[in-house]
Design a protein around this ligand. Structure first.
Ligand code: GAL
Length: 965
């Protein structure tokens, strides 16, 4: 039996044991269920209600009366024609590019000028067992971009404007507990931007269903702080309890600390708590832990605090908080200290998108990206410029990466402070987080009194929520005035914009660091500038006369002990801000790695000076046909003392490596082998070799790991590399590759790191929902086929459907026995390969349906009428206007005020995706392969004309599933 089935069976058995017939006792402990699977999606519209599935047009709509969610928000709305998908999902990355679209968001056709792709609707059904009645159930969103409105069973729950905050709705009172499906509807409006960088669109982070006992730990309701003294730590564990019942309750709370192996290492005393009906209470205990294992970058050791709520001798809630024991300290002269040890911060800024998937990043990709950063000595990550998904912070905790967690919008109103509080409360248990950033480059205020006031208010407020971390702000100008006077730790954005020494002299007691440095631009694998092709050379040029190269920036920070460190702008390229070019470039050029996470050469500069690993790297590649006899600049990045360069075995000279620098030679080009030998203390300790490659002959598929887990979430990150006949990578090969996948997996995205590539990231079936329009009707004499059922029939004199119907005296039964209802639907200009399906919603008790004059279903009644859909014969359809006619006996009312269905369903047009494809860019591309829940062998095949086909087999191993609903 597959593991997950066994697991389900065990759960069912456990349920059967704990619940008694009749009155089922709610399960004792909380459940946290993933709600990512099995959603339906369709595009709505920001201002045309007809294209927005009739939402918000009811005489009483959802803001007027509870339960009056109308259109697609209604519980009984028919979403069968919508596209099925799993979360996380970013629909922006699925849009084509358009020059009229936003520069900052990477020219995706979304936003104000593209209303048809700016609103998305999501719906999902789920059931809860009767035994859940009496529990508190909440629907938790990790983040939705943006301005989401959520309904459950037609009840409006709330609106969340932020695209970055997590939010929850307690839906216990709105659910059906009798086996009837519950329906979530979410309308997401990404018309407006919050940032000046790509932000995605949709439910791009996880959704959860949390079930608890009435008395339970509140969402994000624990706060663990640690004090270390010598070889002992004291854990202060604070928990906020919520009473979800109307009556007063008495409970006690016990805090237990588990080590990383799950062994209990300390238990706190029981704290009795009396909660009033619907009340909240905080409890705090101190728990000593002897000989704590400290959290550090090398050993990111995590403890778990288990908070148990006991009532009447029974545990009614158990809440787990992961935390680390560590100390952090900033010093105005000496920088940053972790666990009392000095640590120079070698960080990067990053946004939240990746090749192929946009902002909808599976958790496995978060981990991989953090490891990529760590591989060159990056030890800190600034969440620029918004609160991240919690899974990214989990990855930083587990893998050892320090974090600046950043608020989105600077301001000191209740709304702003409320958002700041939500971020801090959610994230304050992560040991990786060392500082809260309250803002970035707020040009209107940073250098003036307003900035000082707002900054001071925000900082004081933040400290009421968490006093253990320093507050910082990233400032681009006016250093020494405004915000920079008010803040704990000064953040310099770019040393080209001011004088850090002067600031330090003026504020000798203020710690400081470089919240942004660099903003250099480079195209991976390109070593010359070509403004027509939008090529930036990867030789670490200064981005502008005033700004610094990465090397120049690091030398400044490395030389000044008072600077705690710096954060490069950026670790990875991201979509949007294609500075210095613009259309048709669509991603930034700032990254130390490209959008796929393939390193640019700067990575080896950083690795040389940010790690202790012996490093030696030569650039550029050595494929320069046509440049024979001409000089080419060869650089070496290394932390060896000396490096000697050879071309075809002939020495080009041995040079001493300057600290935090690099070496250069001018080499007269001849194809062959460029080799470098690195020496330390006179001894040869490293080599790097670059060879001239021949033409591409084969494709290599290189997965980041040999086996993946069959969870429907795990991922293989596959590098596509073109090699020559001798298996040498070809650094200049740009060739279209086609990918096919067989077995229990799916490709979820492709990329190549080329900032000018306008190829799709995703190849997905195009599913559009077409409405049946222009409904007109007349009474008929029988169900028989008459001339009115033909497409060409002239119905100009007919009145609108449904409205002219007369009802009998009791207002229940229409006076006519039969009606002919005529309508039309508009199909796209090309239908090649498309499957067109009518998802019918009965407008009669018995009906016959004609499409373009031909009967596609006859005398349908009851369930038959709604089952599946009617796939329409392609030969029957034409692009543009098509006719649909219903001959039916009318529906009848039970009560005079019943509103009968007047929408005969909708039509789905599904055009299958082309095969997945991507050009390699300078020899490389990337394919993201996600598992299904079935174990087995995934086969990925890559083909291209003239190249040897590559077949990669990845084992997808049976694995425990995350509990989901
Ligand atoms: C900074 C800004 C970043 C990014 C960068 C590009 O001013 O804080 O978000 O826009 O410039 O150089």
């Amino acid at each position: 039996m597959p593991l997950r089935h066994l697991f389900t069976l065990l759960l069912l058995l456990a349920g059967a044991v704990s619940s008694s017939p009749g009155h089922a006792a709610p399960p004792a402990s909380r459940e946290h269920l993933l709600m990512d699977f099995g959603w339906r999606f369709a595009y709505g519209h920001p201002f045309d209600p007809k294209q927005d599935f009739g939402n918000g047009v009811g005489y009483f709509s959802y803001l007027a009366k509870t339960g009056y969610g109308d259109g697609a928000a209604a519980a009984n709305f028919d979403d069968r024609a919508w596209r099925p998908l799993d979360l996380p999902h970013d629909w922006a990355v699925e849009q084509p590019f358009d020059e009229k679209a936003s520069f900052s968001h990477g020219f995706r056709a979304i936003g104000r000028p593209f209303p048809n792709a700016s609103v998305g609707w999501y719906r999902k059904s789920f059931t809860v067992p009767a035994s859940d009645l009496g529990r508190r159930i909440s629907l938790d969103f990790d983040g939705v971009f943006r301005n989401s409105i959520v309904w459950v069973n037609g009840h409006y729950l709330g609106t969340e404007p932020s695209g970055y905050q997590g939010f929850q709705y307690d839906i216990s009172d709105y659910l059906h507990y009798d086996g009837k499906p519950n329906v979530i509807a979410v309308r997401v409006d990404a018309t407006l931007e919050e940032g000046w960088f790509y932000e995605g669109a949709g439910i791009y982070r996880h959704v959860w269903l949390t079930k608890t006992a009435p008395v339970h730990v509140a969402p994000n309701g624990t706060f663990v702080t640690t004090q270390v003294a010598g070889d002992a730590a004291t854990i202060t564990a604070q928990a906020t309890l919520t009473n979800g019942s109307a009556t007063a309750q008495t409970v006690d709370v016990v805090q237990e600390v588990l080590d990383a192996a799950g062994k209990t290492v300390a238990t706190g005393p029981a704290s009795p708590v009396r909660l009033s009906g619907a009340g909240q209470q905080e409890v705090r205990v101190r728990v000593p832990v002897a000989g704590p294992h400290l959290w550090s970058l090398e050993s990111p050791y995590l403890y778990t605090l288990v908070t148990r709520v006991r009532q009447g001798g029974q545990v009614v809630d158990e809440y787990r908080t992961r935390f680390g024991v560590r100390t952090i300290r900033f010093d105005a002269n000496e920088g940053f200290f972790l666990n009392g040890k000095h640590l120079k911060i070698t960080g990067t800024n990053n946004h939240q998108d990746h090749a192929g998937v946009g902002t909808a990043m599976p958790d496995a990709l978060q981990d991989w990206r953090i490891l990529q950063l760590k591989s060159f000595g990056c030890n800190a990550y600034r969440m620029s410029h918004n609160p991240p998904t919690p899974e990214l912070l989990d990855a930083c905790d587990r893998l050892g990466m320090l974090v600046i967690d950043e608020n989105r919008m600077m301001g000191s109103t209740q709304t702003n402070l409320g958002d700041l509080k939500r971020m801090i409360v959610r994230d304050r248990n992560h040991p990786s987080v060392i500082s809260w950033s309250i803002g970035n480059e707020e040009w209107a205020i940073e250098g003036n009194a307003l900035g000082a006031q707002i900054g001071a208010t925000m900082q004081a407020f933040a400290k009421t929520v968490d006093s253990t971390r320093a507050i910082t702000v990233a400032v681009s100008g006016g250093w020494g005035q405004g915000t920079s006077t008010a803040i704990d730790v000064m953040g310099f954005n770019y040393i080209g914009q001011g004088d850090t020494d002067a600031y330090h002299a003026k504020f000798p007691d203020k710690p400081s660091w470089g919240t942004e440095e660099g903003s250099t631009h480079a195209t991976r694998g390109i070593y010359f500038v070509d403004n027509d092709k939008h090529y930036s050379a990867a030789y670490d040029e200064k981005p502008s006369p005033k700004f610094y190269s990465i090397e120049g920036g690091w030398q400044h920070y490395a030389a000044r002990p008072y600077l705690a460190g710096m954060f490069i702008w950026t670790g990875f390229d991201y979509r949007g801000e294609p500075t210095p070019f613009g259309w048709p470039s669509i991603t930034s050029y700032f990254g130390m790695m490209d959008l796929c996470g393939f390193p640019k050469d700067n990575v080896w500069y950083l690795k040389s000076w940010w790690t202790n690993q012996t490093t030696l790297h030569l650039l550029p590649h050595w494929n320069w046909p046509g440049r024979e006899g001409q000089p080419i600049a060869v650089w070496a990045y290394s932390n060896c003392d000396e490096v000697e360069l050879f071309l075809n075995k002939k020495s080009q000279g041995r040079q001493k490596m300057p600290k935090n620098g690099h070496l250069e030679w001018q080499v007269t080009y001849a194809p062959g082998t460029l080799a470098a030998v690195g020496y330390r203390n006179g001894k040869q300790i490293a080599t790097d070799v670059v060879r001239t490659a021949a033409a591409a002959a084969a494709i290599q598929l290189l997965p980041n790991k040999p086996a993946v887990q069959a969870t429907r979430e795990d991922l293989a990150i596959v590098t596509v590399q073109l090699t020559d006949k001798n298996k040498l990578p070809v650094p200049t090969a740009n060739q279209e590759i086609t990918f096919r996948l067989q077995g229990p997996g799916r490709i979820i995205g492709v990329g190549n790191g080329d900032p000018t590539s306008l190829e799709p990231d995703r190849y997905i079936d195009k599913i559009s929902v077409v409405q049946i329009e222009n409904l007109k009707e007349r009474a008929a004499k029988s169900m028989a086929q008459g001339p009115e059922t033909t497409a060409a029939f002239d119905d100009a004199g007919w009145g609108p459907a449904f409205t002219p119907r007369q009802y009998d005296a009791a207002q229940l039964v229409p006076t006519a026995k039969y009606y002919v209802t005529r309508g039309s639907f508009e199909l796209p200009p090309t239908l090649a390969g498309a499957t067109v399906t009518l998802f019918y919603q009965p407008i009669g008790r018995e009906q016959t349906i004609y499409v373009n004059g031909r009967a596609i279903a006859q005398n349908l009644t009851g369930e038959q009428a709604v089952k599946n859909g009617f796939v329409l014969d392609a030969a029957l359809l034409k692009p543009g206007k098509n006719s649909v006619v219903f001959v039916a006996t009318p529906l009848v009312k039970n009560k005079p005020w019943d509103v009968l269905n007047a929408l005969p369903g909708s039509i789905q047009v599904r055009t299958p995706a082309a095969d997945w494809q991507r050009k390699t860019f300078n020899g490389l591309a990337q394919v993201l392969v996600q598992t299904t829940q079935d174990a087995g062998e995934i086969t990925l095949t890559a083909t291209a004309p003239g190249l040897k086909t590559s077949v990669l087999k990845i084992r997808s191993a049976a694995a425990p599933q995350r509990h989901s609903n």
